[in-house]
Write a protein that binds this ligand. Structure first.
Ligand code: SAH
Length: 384
């Protein structure tokens, strides 16, 4: 955060500061800069993130003079929602338009005991993983912290509105109300949408501060997960600055296969990646394990030999394994392993003592499953 690089606070300022993505420290610095008390930062943070307010006039415990001053120099602005789709399994997908003609996607996945929001961190992705449809769109830019947190802000607001409607609908039926509210709250956030979160480090970390902040969303560190293809130096930094849960997109039991499907592996091969994961967990008794993500690609990484190689590779690693059935998209050159092959692969890992889960494909009737998020990317990479 460097306030001096932002817009000057004069009456002639054309562009107002967007407070949506300011974490507590940033908000306090902002209020200090405009000669206001630090407690105002907490008040405004609560209005924005806990009550979903985007209009200073509604902040009733803030003095009228300060509300007017804020309206003059600042704003609370989320990207415009251009589409909201609901899948037959309750999954909701939002398409949001960003400035500059790009758009991003965010997905909410309700389950019996939790609600997971899958958040994007970049417009497109530069990593070029062969099996991912976001990669096929190319890369445009990093999302700002306000564009990242806006995805949770929008989901929170929408789900609260749905809960209010259901409250009216289910008057008197307390059991139904409890069930509905369980289905309609974001309890977990996974940075598994478009982009590579660790290549947008500062903005992702500021948005995560807001996710964890008691005066904002108050999620526990265990319930916020960064998924990465393995940007090794950033993993080390993450441990120092914001040690949330970790998922690693491994997808292969050796460098030979991984080089083919996750090109970043040529820069940070498996051995370096796994030792960075071990470092991430060293010296912390509360953190139990990280998640290894492994997409099941027919004939590429799904043989019994591959499963045994994976067992040997992950020996002594504090991890559980998520097998992800490959979700196809137009012009993808891969196909998903059969359920028989996936089960055999799973059994080998399971018998070797690993906790292993086959990820359920959710929201595929609205293209909201893993690797299907595309949005609209004005590609700037030379790759395409
Ligand atoms: N860049 C980050 C996060 C985005 S992708 C990462 O690589 O982890 C989130 C997860 O979905 C990753 O594990 C990714 O490899 C997986 N994924 C991507 N495309 C997929 C597809 N078509 N089918 C199934 N999983 C996919």
């Amino acid at each position: 955060m460097n306030l001096s690089t932002e817009f000057p606070l004069t009456q002639t300022t054309v562009k107002k500061r967007n407070l949506l993505g300011y974490d507590l420290a940033h908000m306090k610095a902002f209020f200090a800069e405009i000669n206001e008390k630090p407690f105002r930062a907490v008040q405004v943070l609560k209005w924005i993130h806990q009550f979903g307010v985007d209009d200073f006039a509604k902040m009733s415990n803030v003095s009228q003079a300060l509300r007017a001053k804020l309206a003059d120099i600042a704003q609370i602005k989320a990207p415009e929602i251009i589409m909201e789709q609901k899948a037959s399994d309750g999954t909701i997908k939002w398409l949001m338009r960003l400035e500059g003609g790009n758009s991003i996607e965010t997905v909410f996945i309700p389950e019996d005991n939790r609600g997971t929001l899958c958040v994007s961190s970049q417009v497109g992705c530069a990593l070029d993983c062969g099996f991912c449809s976001t990669a096929k769109q190319g890369f445009n830019r990093n999302l700002s912290s306000d564009e990242i947190i806006a995805q949770l802000w929008v989901a929170h607001r929408t789900l609260n509105q749905l809960a209010d409607h259901s409250e009216a609908r289910t008057k008197g039926n307390s059991q139904q109300k409890i069930q509905d509210s369980k289905n309609r709250a974001v309890t977990n956030v996974v940075l598994m949408g478009m982009g590579e979160p660790l290549l947008n480090f500062n903005n992702v970390v500021e948005a995560i501060h807001l996710m964890l902040e008691d005066h904002a969303y108050g999620l526990s560190k265990r319930r916020v997960t960064i998924s990465t293809a393995g940007v090794v130096p950033a993993l080390k930094r993450l441990r120092e600055e914001c040690d949330v849960s970790l998922a690693i997109s491994l997808h292969a039991p050796n460098d030979q296969i991984r080089d083919q499907i996750v090109p970043l592996n040529k820069k940070y091969p498996i051995k370096e990646l796994l030792s960075a994961c071990q470092y991430y967990f060293s010296g912390d008794t509360k953190k139990k394990q990280f998640t290894v993500e492994y997409v099941m690609l027919a004939g590429v990484n799904d043989s019994e030999k591959n499963a045994r190689e994976l067992v040997a590779l992950l020996k002594k690693m504090p991890c559980k394994i998520n097998l992800i059935p490959f979700n196809p998209f137009p012009n993808s050159h891969f196909s998903c392993s059969s359920s028989q092959v996936i089960n055999r692969f799973k059994d080998i890992l399971y018998k070797a003592g690993y906790v292993v889960v086959v990820r359920k494909t959710r929201g595929d009737d609205i293209d909201a499953a893993c690797g299907q998020l595309a949005g609209k990317v004005r590609d700037k990479s030379r790759r395409l």
